[in-house]
Ligand binder design. Structure first.
Ligand code: AMP
Ligand code: SF4
Length: 457
């Protein structure tokens, strides 16, 4: 996963506090580490990184005082490389031509092959991340202008990469040609921003200019703003549907679609496709199913009720590393309201079932409170395949919907009935053309060559 943010002021305004605030708004995209890098007074690159949440990893006051008009930042949830400080981003390096810093959201699927090739040519890697290959590829082209070396490096990458970078004196935003992860440009007064999501632009008071287009490199620097297309032909785009289903913040807008509206539509379509006429009430898994459950209730005879209270101070369960901690995490996090549930027939809406632990735990909690029936409705198709493009999903063997058929899964989680949304309904709810949306974790239809590690150097 991860979130990236960047800011550039041509008039020399200080921007590092805005980057800090941007990361704060993107905290949901990664809680393992946070970092910033900026162009310092000497024209080189400085950085600060730390483990944990943004406010623990970084010191706001120090950053706010820093005199820099060009900076980037990153929040990390590891999909490649362990959770340790050497893997925290932005990664920084100096080539013979320029100082570099890179903040990456996504997963470069051919990184391993590239790494092996470069190691055979003498490159020494300092982190376990796929991101580092970008810096090495650039360093291996000392004869080129840094931006040309960057473009030449990016065309060799497969998979997902939405980047905020510092290259010499420039802020650079770049998005892979398939457009897996979001990346948007914003502006406030003379300051330009790049961000994984619009919610972070809202926080710094910037308005949305436009998305970085798939396969586009946008540079901001002494020569102003410049937009360069990558010389790569693509057959189709792969905007991640799971961003709308679960990952992005609901107050963000991706590709012109409000995440909130899409989530509500998912719930409405689910109610039409898989109604539950006997239900007394509709409720959502807090907080991941709440918006879809509002949509579901709107299309059913039963009203929406809040049935479980979430302790706001406990992190999202999927961040926890072990099964034991995950199970405890759910119990620590959620407390049901017995008075609403006793003797009632309940529809519980959630966005997805991954390993199945959360759903099982929730249903048994609701039953313990005296609910007479519990019907589960999931506002996306079954997750049956791993994601190779930057969302951390377990291997196929651990995915509950890959291990069992629907009836078995319903029994496993303890539901009276279980139903999912169809892929068709998901695509319709997002409202982008079918050929622009990735649904690989539901359908298994990966980008051509998406899982391979074949380097093309
Ligand atoms: P579980 O089925 O217990 O693994 O957890 C599923 C819950 O975690 C759902 O409520 C989702 O909201 C959330 N979730 C979504 N994506 C993921 C993911 N990639 N890995 C783990 N949990 C996720
Ligand atoms: Fe998103 Fe699933 Fe595609 Fe990964 S496989 S990019 S999670 S839709």
């Amino acid at each position: 996963m991860c979130g990236v943010f960047g800011a550039w002021s041509p008039s020399g305004r200080k921007v590092l506090e805005d980057v800090y605030l941007g990361l704060y708004a993107l905290q949901h995209r990664g809680q393992e580490s946070a970092g910033v890098a900026w162009i310092n007074r000497e024209g080189g690159i400085s950085s600060r990184k730390g483990m944990g949440l943004v406010h623990l990893a970084l010191d706001q006051a120090t950053l706010a005082a820093e005199q820099t008009s060009c900076a980037i930042g990153h929040v990390r949830y590891s999909t490649a490389g362990g959770s340790e400080i050497s893997n925290a981003q932005p990664l920084t390096a100096s080539t013979s031509r320029a100082s570099l810093a890179v903040a990456h959201n996504g997963n470069i699927t051919n990184a391993l092959g590239i790494k092996l090739l470069l190691q055979n040519r003498g490159a020494i890697f300092h982190s376990g991340t796929d991101t580092e290959v970008i810096l090495h590829l650039m360093a291996h082209q000392p004869h080129k202008e840094p931006i040309d070396a960057l473009i030449d490096s990016l065309v060799r990458l497969r998979g997902a990469w939405s980047l905020a970078m510092l290259v010499g004196q420039n802020l650079v935003a770049a998005r892979d040609p398939w457009g897996f992860r979001p990346l948007v440009i914003g502006k406030r007064d003379d300051v330009y921003y790049v961000s994984s999501e619009t919610c972070a632009l809202n926080l710094v008071g910037a308005s949305v200019v436009r998305e970085v287009a798939p396969g586009e490199v946008v540079t901001f620097g002494p020569d102003g703003m410049d937009c360069l297309p990558l010389p790569v032909e693509v057959k189709r785009h792969f905007a991640c549907s799971f961003e709308y289903v679960y990952f992005a913040r609901p107050d963000s807008v991706i590709d012109g679609r409000s995440v909130y509206q899409v989530r509500k539509t998912l719930g409405k379509k689910l109610a039409l496709r898989s109604p539950c006429p006997e239900a007394d009430l509709v409720t959502g898994m807090p907080d991941s199913g709440t918006i879809a459950s509002l949509g579901y209730a709107e299309e059913s005879a039963a009203p929406y009720e809040q049935t479980v209270v979430r302790n706001r101070y406990v992190g999202r369960t999927f961040i926890e590393p072990t099964r034991r901690v995950r199970e405890l995490g759910v119990r620590i996090k959620l407390n049901p309201i017995t008075e609403v549930l006793t003797g009632r027939k309940v529809v519980v809406v959630d966005d997805s079932i991954v390993r199945g632990t959360t759903c099982q735990r929730m249903i048994s909690m609701i039953r313990d409170c005296g609910a007479s029936q519990v019907h589960v409705r999931i506002s996306s198709p079954p997750v049956r395949f791993p994601c190779y493009y930057g969302i951390d999903t377990p291997s196929r063997g651990e995915l509950a919907a890959a291990r069992m058929n629907l009836t078995q899964l319903g029994t496993e989680v303890g539901a009276d009935s279980l139903a999912y949304l169809t892929e068709e309904d998901l695509v319709e709810s997002i409202g982008l053309p079918r050929e622009c949306i990735c649904t690989a974790c539901f359908s298994g239809n990966y980008m051509e060559g998406g899982e391979e590690n074949e380097p093309e150097l």
